[in-house]
Design a protein around this ligand. Sequence first.
Ligand code: FES
Ligand SMILES: [Fe+2]
Length: 362
Amino acid sequence: MGTPTTPISRNADDGLLRGFWYPAIRNSEIHGDEMRQTTMLGVPLVVGRTAAGNPFAMRDACPHRGIPLSDGNFDGKLVECCYHGWKFEPVSGQCREIPSLMPDSRLNPEKIYAKAFPAEENDGYLWVYIPDPEAPGVPAPLAPRLPVFSERYKITQLAADLPCHVDHGIIGLMDPAHGPFVHQAWWWRTRRSIREKEKTFEPIPNGFRIIPHAPSANSAPYKLLGVYGKPITTQIDFVLPNMRFEQIHCGDYWFSSRTTVTPVTASHCRIDFCAAWNIFAHVPFLLSIFRFFGSRFIDQDTQTMIKQARGLKHNPPLMLIDDADRPAKWYFALKAAYQESRRTGEPMKHPIAGPTTLHWRS
Ligand code: FES
Ligand SMILES: [Fe+2]
């Protein structure tokens, strides 16, 4: 099905999707009245939390003369620009004071706004909604949440910066064929463990799902959860713009993770991995052990993408092959369908018609 090779090419646009929430910063990095500076989709942002506990995100540029607002002061209520002292309410961006105005001035500061973005705190991140300039009236939906399945659980987050366009980060994330080469380890798998895989995918809103199945016998969760002696199922979802969810269930025990790849600029992105679980609650140091192996795993991907970025610098022709790269082809098709629906205002036409079984070796 399809052509044997598909070049990864982008139009004149930067290939970044607007109209979605992205994790901007770990919320543990925001203390008290501190403002933090970050960049998402090439937009410089100043983020923080008001004394009332409301997160905020504004374009990090004063609407007066453009100096970064993050260079100013924040008292928990208003952000004061360091240049001429204009003050802004940071959740709405509304200007509250212009010190240079005479009492009889006809300029009403409250009609002036710094650009503010919807912001929410979830799962240990401050999420920021980047609206689509093509669809300005569309309200922000709820920010994403990691699915959890019991009241008590552990949660942890890991991150890595990648020197590549978000597309390469994302297709790396859903690439089933690199495991035996990039993630070789005695506790995980080796090249010799390559075997045939068959998985059935189905369309879901804005993405696709690998329908629940028993994890392959050569994978780590299978080996770990085998000790509970109950059937194990795993389900993997990809959802636009950038999220891979994985759920593993074994009786009442569960493990749930979400990996997002967030565009910082058109040439840089950041992987954020967030995982929660109630398995092995009695094992001491599990959190540290998990973080140790998890960060090694992410580091293997990062080192690979640093090498790939060296190769991509000179814009070589690329290909996507069936069936191992079909999820990557679907990602590009989903992106195109989303952008098309934004352009036309019509509902998005899902590019995957129905359940599809793919075969590959990994
Ligand atoms: S540049 Fe910010 S108040 Fe003038
Ligand atoms: Fe990987």
